[in-house]
Every structure is written in structure tokens, then in C-alpha cells.
Design a protein around this ligand. Structure first.
Ligand SMILES: [Zn+2]
Length: 289
């Protein structure tokens, strides 16, 4: 894995970096990466781009002192291990900063959480953040989207059309570590969000879901359903708006059945099986375009 394009944030030194094995992004502790909001890998082996924009956990210097939210509470709402899966495509984008700094999957005006209602009821800040702090986060957001546009234009020029696998994960034990799991009927193991996808991509999406369901997942099959829990966020909407004829985005949310969402501990066999399941869909996606 290598990095070409980089989005620089503010000048800063120390970052809080997660060191939890599988979820570590390659080279994230490299000093050259220290001020990045996201890493962009331009492999261009095929017209598939995988993204993990909520995997980031780090904060720019100074922000942690302003935060009321604890580090474990932040981690629980982030999408650990999705950067591991993003490597199924040689072209991939991995978020390196916490969504609590700036949420790349929300519209710009809602990208910085200001009140608990923006963040699952969590009190994010000790006091309302200074305007300069919010402005810095939004400039990182703008830089991220400029670089996404640049990368996708390159993919478009090389291949004509492309698929983005917009990878996420979601909680299903919100009532506590020993509380009940959320109703499986309304919380599929894999939710494919296509709320802003044009119907011209219908067969690409159906093929993806069929292959994910057919994959031998540790002796069983994944429960994969479309638009049950989520319909996709701002990131997929932005790509569909800016690449209306060439870009198909599938917003893929994995329920956190592959980890303990309260301790952050993964089940390595399941994390690996999900990676293999995603990998199994790539040839069909390429053919279906
Ligand atoms: Zn997410």
C-alpha cells in the first residue's frame, strides 16, 4: 500500500493514533503522514475504488483538550477495521481523523458536531468550540472533497465508469455491553445503501448483493439487504451528483457482529472473512460496469 495524493490538515505535531493491530492503517505513524486527514492510494488496477472514510480515530493537536467526549466513546461511533477491507481495491481512500473532528459523510453545514443531537446524544465539547476551530475542520473537509474529486476524475479518465465501495460499520448493541442486540429483522448484517444511486446501475448493484450473499461465510451466508437501515450518506450523494454518468456508489454498512462494539475487540476470523467476501465481488463488479 502506498500513498500519492495527500490532504494536509493544519500544521501539527503529535497525533493520537490507534494501535489496535488489524485496524492500523499502513504507515499512519509515519511522520510524513502525521498531518493528513485521509490517505489516497492510487493503484488503478481496475475501476473499483474502496473507501473507509469513518475509520479515522486520530485528532489534530489541541482538539482533545477541548473535547468532553471520551476516547472509548469516540471509538464506538467510528468504523474501525473498514480500512482493512478497503485494501480489496488497489485504489482506496482511508480517513485518518475521527468523525468527531469532522464528519466526511455529512453535508458541510453538519460536518462538525456542535450539539449532542448531532452525535447520538453525546456531549462532544466542554464549551462551544471557537469559530477558528470549526473553520479549520471545514477547511480539511473541503480539501478532502477536492482530492476525492481529483482521484475520481483520474479513475474516470482511465476506465470511463467506476464503482465506489463506500465501506462503513454500525452499532447494534446501543443499550449496553450486556443489553439486547438490535432486532436482526431491521438490522441486516450487511446493509447496501443505494438511496441516491441511478437505476442505470441496478444490475451492478444486484450482482454485488447476489455475490455477497452467495459467498461461503464461515460455513454460512451473510444477511445482505438493500436500504433497510441506511440509504447512504453525503459522500455517496456527492459522488453521484458530481459523476452522474460514470460513478456508481454502493454504501456498504457492516453491522458490528465482527467485533465487540463496547471493548473494540475484533473477531479476527470474521474480519478476515468479510475481507474475502468483498474480494469475491470485485471481478463481477468490473464485468458488470
Ligand atoms: Zn460510517
Amino acid at each position: 500500500m502506498y500513498f500519492e495524493g495527500r490532504v494536509a490538515g493544519s500544521p501539527m505535531g503529535r497525533l493520537e493514533c490507534r494501535k489496535t493491530g488489524l485496524s492500523m492503517v499502513d504507515n499512519v505513524t509515519d511522520p510524513k503522514q502525521a498531518d493528513l486527514i485521509a490517505a489516497f492510494s492510487r493503484g488503478f488496477d481496475d475501476p473499483i475504488v474502496a473507501t473507509a472514510i469513518h475509520d479515522g480515530h486520530a485528532l489534530r493537536t489541541g482538539l482533545a483538550d477541548l473535547f468532553a467526549v471520551s476516547e472509548p466513546d469516540r471509538l464506538r461511533e467510528e468504523d474501525p477495521f473498514t480500512s482493512h477491507w478497503a485494501r480489496v481495491a488497489s485504489t482506496h481512500i482511508v480517513g485518518l481523523r475521527s468523525r468527531f473532528e469532522v464528519d466526511l459523510n455529512r453535508p458541510r453545514e453538519k460536518a462538525v458536531y456542535l450539539v449532542p443531537a448531532d452525535a447520538w446524544g453525546i456531549e462532544v465539547w466542554k464549551d462551544r468550540p471557537p469559530d477558528a476551530v470549526v473553520a479549520q475542520s471545514l477547511s480539511e473537509y473541503d480539501a478532502f472533497y477536492r482530492e476525492v474529486g481529483s482521484l475520481l476524475r483520474e479513475v474516470e479518465q482511465k476506465f470511463g465508469r467506476f464503482v465506489v465501495l463506500d465501506l462503513h460499520s454500525y452499532n447494534h448493541r446501543r443499550e449496553g455491553p450486556t443489553g439486547p442486540v438490535a432486532d436482526p429483522f431491521e438490522n441486516p448484517e450487511v446493509n447496501v445503501g443505494t438511496g441516491t444511486m441511478h437505476q442505470r446501475w441496478r444490475s451492478v448493484c444486484d450482482g454485488f448483493i447476489d455475490r455477497l450473499r452467495a459467498f461461503d461465510f464461515l460455513g454460512g451466508h451473510l444477511d445482505v439487504r438493500e436500504n433497510v437501515k441506511f440509504r447512504g450518506g453525503h459522500f455517496s450523494q456527492w459522488i453521484h451528483q458530481n459523476f452522474p454518468d460514470s460513478g456508481c456508489v454502493l454504501a456498504v454498512e457492516f453491522k458490528k457482529f465482527f467485533m465487540d462494539e463496547w471493548t473494540g475487540e475484533p473477531d479476527p476470523a470474521k474480519v478476515d472473512a468479510i475481507e474475502q467476501a468483498l474480494k469475491s465481488t470485485i471481478p463481477g463488479l468490473v464485468q458488470g460496469l
